[in-house]
Ligand binder design. Structure first.
Ligand code: NAP
Length: 283
């Protein structure tokens, strides 16, 4: 059987979705080629689990070309950081060349040319590049990861976000559920909708804070951005999140896209993970 290429396979600080997809496929005895950014302990663990390792930078065609040789299905993820569009364009071009049949690509819930954050608009462009390559793209348009809230409360013990009213509504999902749908789609033989909206729980920020056991504190967006770089580590993430939180504050009590979606249960075979379950886990 052809190996399934899983990018972001080492996992990272956002949702670790590539790592979870790689592990799920390996547990099902499927051949995995794990694309990793560096040869470190995470890569060694993947090798021990039975993955073949492809090493390199997803923005570099000379790294992606050998990694996609002989591959028919792939999982594409790239963190909220500089270079996502370069990586998607490279993946689309090489995927087309090698005759990729399905790529499951992580995107964002609001991906659209008019979306409220620059990175959501970039995701829409990335979706277009993958679609035009005719490589069976399925876009996982995911809500805010629970993991994101965990980062937000780190250090202060408060959910300090520029979300305005405590009644501002957030669409949320566990990184594990995004990965569960990704692995499920990769294992599905028949046709799959090219866009899957993914939200596992919809709640106000006050409810989210209560579940996490911390107070919610509304903060000024500029003040938030000035402190966020130390938590999120890169300027693209801070720019994206500053726009995202203010967009949710402006939307207020909800949007038609803010609803729990059936795709999670459809592809994982179980209900979405709740924030309460996530908060009780040690990961
Ligand atoms: N965070 C949220 O709330 C949220 C919400 C909705 C959608 N999303 C979407 O989720 C996706 C990211 O999630 P994730 O769970 O996969 O992220 P993640 O856990 O941060 O993992 C990212 C992986 O990509 C690797 N990587 C980074 N730069 C690379 C490069 N240039 N070449 C090769 N590999 C590289 C990292 O490796 P190293 O660690 O070795 O660099 C890491 O293994 C994004 O598309 C984002 O828009 C996120």
């Amino acid at each position: 059987m052809a190996p399934i290429l899983v990018t972001g396979a080492a996992g990272g600080s956002q949702g670790g979705t590539g790592r979870r997809v790689a592990e799920t496929l390996l547990r099902a005895s499927l051949p995995v080629r794990a694309f990793v950014h560096s040869e470190d302990a995470r890569a060694a663990e993947l090798k021990d689990l039975g993955a073949e390792i492809a090493l390199g930078d997803l923005r570099e065609i000379q790294a992606v070309t050998p990694a996609l040789q002989g591959v028919r299905r792939a999982y594409f993820t790239y963190p909220v950081s500089a270079g996502m569009l370069d990586a998607a364009a490279v993946f689309a071009a090489v995927g087309h060349q090698v005759g990729l049949e399905r790529v499951v690509a992580v995107s964002q819930l609001g991906s659209d040319p008019q979306a409220g954050t620059p990175h959501m608009r970039r995701h829409w462009v990335a979706e277009q590049a993958l679609d035009r390559a005719n490589i069976g793209a399925v876009h996982l348009r995911a809500a805010v990861f629970f993991e994101n809230l965990r980062v937000a409360i780190r250090d202060t013990g408060e959910l300090r976000l520029p979300l305005g009213s405590p009644d501002t509504v957030l669409p949320l999902i566990a990184g594990e559920d995004v990965a569960g749908v990704g692995a499920g789609v990769l294992r599905t033989e028949g046709p799959v909708d090219p866009v899957l909206w993914l939200a596992g729980e919809v709640m106000t920020v006050a409810e989210a804070a209560e579940v996490l056991g911390v107070p919610y504190m509304n903060v000024d967006p500029d003040e938030w951005a000035s402190t966020a770089i130390s938590k999120y580590g890169n300027e693209v993430a801070v720019e994206h999140l500053t726009h995202l939180w203010t967009m949710f504050a402006a939307i207020g009590s909800g949007h038609e896209l803010f609803r729990v979606t059936e795709s999670i249960e459809q592809f994982t075979g179980r209900p979405p993970i709740t924030l309460r379950e996530f908060a009780g886990s040690t990961e």
